[in-house]
Design a protein around this ligand. Sequence first.
Ligand code: SD4
Length: 338
Amino acid sequence: MDTSRRGALALGIGATAIAGATATIAQANAFPQTKGRALIVSTWDFGAAANAAAYAQWKKTGSLVDALEVGAWVPEADPENHSVGYSGYPDRDGHVTLDAIIMDDRGNVGAVAALEDFMHPISVARRVMEKTPHTFLVGEGAHQFALEQGFKKTKLLTPEAEKAWRDWLKTAKYQPIANSENLRGSALDHDTIGMVACGPDGRLAGACTTSGMAFKLRGRVGDSPQAGSGLFVEAGVGAATATGVGEEVTRIVGSARVVSSMRAGMSPQAACREAVLHIAKLRGDAIRDAQVGFLAINSRGEVGAFALQPGFTFAVTDLQGSTQVRAAESLKGRGNTK
Ligand code: SD4
């Protein structure tokens, strides 16, 4: 018998009162402070706009999955964002190919990779999760499934993205640029939105959508749509997502690693840091100029983020709907000055 119950019995307090008091204490312990407690967190500066849409949707339906899907639509449809959805930079052969994943904390997950011609791969991923016995569809099969589900084909390659690709073809040099996600309007090489969320009841969900590395080899799939690498969610523990050079994340199944560290007792911040340090140790000089960042939330709504290089930013929206863009700490240089 726990001590509060023993004490209560000694005072002659009835069972109903004890149950009520215990529930209140449990709630207070689970959510010690709701003010400022994070609800939705997303990668990069543009995560703020996605969070705003996600928050509005969450207010309407109370569903984190609904919220993250609607949030992900924002960068997917943004013509100035050249690495998520519409107007994404194409692969080496001029095709815009999209990767996306959505996951809740009951083991439900849906993903698509190398999907062409659809503005909202996150929604196709959600249909994979909800309408099929599978978790992951790719390429032509994903395309056929999207059509069957009634999604309308859209030309994703905009004149601006095509021009950037044609310019790139002149040298065809493949070199990822760290933090290009925040350099709007420049020749970006990669860009992703990863979103993780924790409701006031501790339930969790995540979503990630990207056009991947600009000018990638045809058929290349990064970490983003791979459960465990670009995104992972575990009930009662937390959720994590990744951004940056996907190959480096995939090598260590990064997001699942961050979640395992949280399961073992680390804070989201310590868990993200551990994953980055592991990549740095594993890869040494091979990743000297590369950027990799992790973003995590635990089931108490605590948030952490850590990157290899300074410059990784993330947007945090709290339960009251106010949003802050923060700079992640980083292994190299000072990344926490924003
Ligand atoms: C990828 N990780 O396809 C993605 C790219 C990215 O911010 O995150 N960019 O490798």
